[in-house]
Design a protein around this ligand. Structure first.
Ligand code: ADP
Ligand code: GLC
Length: 499
């Protein structure tokens, strides 16, 4: 059955071609897992400068593809490459839109023409398969940058027999990014003006590409079961909870998996001393190497070192951590931070690092290699998020024998079980209230266990043996693809009827 399932998988970033966060990890690894299950899956993303600089071997698949934007037609090329596992990857090339230093904007804000950029990508990604004759059953879209695609299938192309039995799945990786634009720009993306209403693409007098995905897709998924419940409430829904409640029977929470080909301390190409539960000597060496690399005091080789690798944004709890850095220093623990994001957090963390250079190291920027060396070289990983759709770093941390302390929200709550000293059960530490006291209490709890070496080693081993590989979740996506394909064919739903 799955042999004949053909899926077009479209995202605005995918590792290793272009990455700013976890979406890239998912779009870079889930397709490989789907292929293993027999799906004919093909990935598409824009050909950013970051992807060009990766020097991947490519061949031109199409030259001069014509893409409508407003009243104009822009031409672009499509390059083809493939993942190591043999999944075809299409890179949508248009130099003036994508050959830029960043993916979405600068620290000052979003690129002014993001609507044009992602309209071009979304529309090109639909027209390209038709041009080359690749028939697909399901288009799987991710986040606001691809939200127009389900809308195109259900409106612009409802009468086009090429798309009439295509079903769409839309995955929410983060409901906080909604792709909002003023209504006078609706013509740019080409969604008919009749769709500019509260049951369509309108969102509080603007239009939202995220909402387009939520309204027109045949099924909606998000990246953890708990987040799928949370976003149906006003507290977490960020204004989209109404439409999500309306569509609740089509909304699924499918937990992200981890890509253990990239994130495994036994094979990681970014670390020099490999290790596994049966031989942990490498972890100590990784720790000593990291302490030297970042210039922390030598005594931290035997003291607990805490760390965070994250976008520096309010979502990630950067404000909570800033407030307790001095308490952590007071506990004689080391602290390592790697992150990029909002200016104010960057400045605050850098100030603390210069005040406590022996104990606190802060690196501002995006550095894949350092992210892996931190994962391997520290003892405790901090994820104090305000909200978290899934979160991947706490899952990677477990594999690296680095104990996570997380806020009990979204996917963090689904993936980490509170450690219980009496029973020895659990994989990490969790706090519920978003406040510094609760966070610090769990840090102190973790440090107590750290001092009890045999207890700590048992906790580390249990985390390392936990299995978050993609297999199970990829199977859930396959079942969902089959379900929406069946519905699209039998009900003719994707032939234009809005849900
Ligand atoms: P989100 O997608 O919300 O940023 P996730 O936990 O799902 O959060 O994924 C974050 C991914 O981005 C992880 O692979 C993490 O290692 C990586 N990452 C985040 N910030 C940086 C950084 N400054 N340098 C390198 N990698 C980073
Ligand atoms: C988003 C979320 C994060 C999730 C990632 C991949 O960026 O913030 O929680 O893990 O997408 O799905």
């Amino acid at each position: 059955m799955t042999e004949s399932l053909r899926v077009l998988f479209l995202a605005s970033e995918a590792a290793p071609y272009a990455k700013t966060g976890g979406l890239a990890d998912v779009a870079g690894s889930l397709p490989n897992a789907l292929k293993k299950l027999g799906v004919d899956v093909r990935v598409g993303l824009p050909f950013y400068r970051m992807a060009k600089e990766g020097n991947f071997q490519t061949r031109k698949a199409v030259s001069g593809l014509e893409v409508p934007i407003g009243n104009a037609r822009l031409r672009g090329d499509v390059l083809e490459t493939s993942t190591e596992e043999g999944v075809p990857v299409y890179l949508f090339d248009r130099e003036d839109l994508f050959d830029r230093p960043n993916l979405y904007g600068t620290p000052e804000g979003d690129y002014y023409d993001n609507l044009e950029r992602f309209t071009f990508f979304s529309h090109a990604a639909l027209l390209f398969p038709k041009k080359v004759g690749f028939h697909f059953d399901v288009v799987h879209c991710h986040d606001w940058q691809t939200g127009l695609i389900p809308a195109y299938v259900k409106t612009l192309y409802r009468a086009d027999s090429y798309f009439s039995s295509v079903a769409s799945v839309f995955t929410i990786h983060n409901i906080g990014y909604q792709g909002l634009f003023p209504p006078d720009r609706l013509h740019t993306c080409g969604v008919p003006v009749t769709e500019f209403n509260p049951d369509g693409i309108e969102f509080w007098d603007k239009f939202s590409l995220l909402k387009a995905g939520l309204v027109y897709a045949d099924a909606i998924t998000t990246v953890s079961p708990r987040y799928s419940r949370e976003i149906q409430t006003p507290e977490f829904g960020m204004g989209m909870d109404g439409i999500l409640r309306k569509r609740s029977t089509d909304l699924y929470g499918i937990l992200n998996g981890a890509d253990y080909t990239s994130w495994n301390p036994a094979t990681d190409r970014h670390i020099t001393d490999h290790y596994s539960p049966s031989n942990m000597r490498g972890k100590r060496k990784c720790k000593a190497g990291l302490i030297k690399e970042l210039g922390l005091h030598q005594r931290f080789v035997d003291r607990p070192v805490l760390g965070m690798v994250s976008r520096l944004a309010a979502q990630k709890g950067s404000d909570l951590l800033v407030q307790i850095v001095e308490d952590i220093v007071g506990l004689d623990a080391g602290l390592v931070i790697l992150g990029a994001g909002e200016d104010k957090y960057q400045a605050l963390f850098l100030e603390l690092a210069s005040k406590y250079p022996e104990s606190v190291s802060v690196t501002i920027g995006f550095d894949e290699g350092l992210a892996h060396r931190i994962m391997a070289g520290i003892d405790i990983f901090l994820v104090p998020s305000r909200y978290e759709p899934c979160g991947l770093t706490q899952i990677y941390a477990l594999k690296y024998g680095t104990i996570p302390i997380v806020r009990a929200t979204g996917g963090l709550d689904d993936t980490i079980q509170q450690f219980d000293q009496n029973s020895g059960e659990g994989t990490g530490f969790k706090f519920v209230q978003y406040e510094t006291g609760a966070f610090l209490d769990q840090i102190k709890e973790a440090l107590k266990v750290f001092e009890d070496r045999p207890g700590w080693i048992r906790l580390v081993e249990r985390g390392m043996r936990a299995d978050f590989s993609w297999e199970k979740s990829a199977g859930e996506y396959v079942s969902l693809y089959e379900e929406v394909r069946k519905r699209a064919i039998t009900n003719g739903e994707s032939n234009g009827k809005k849900v």
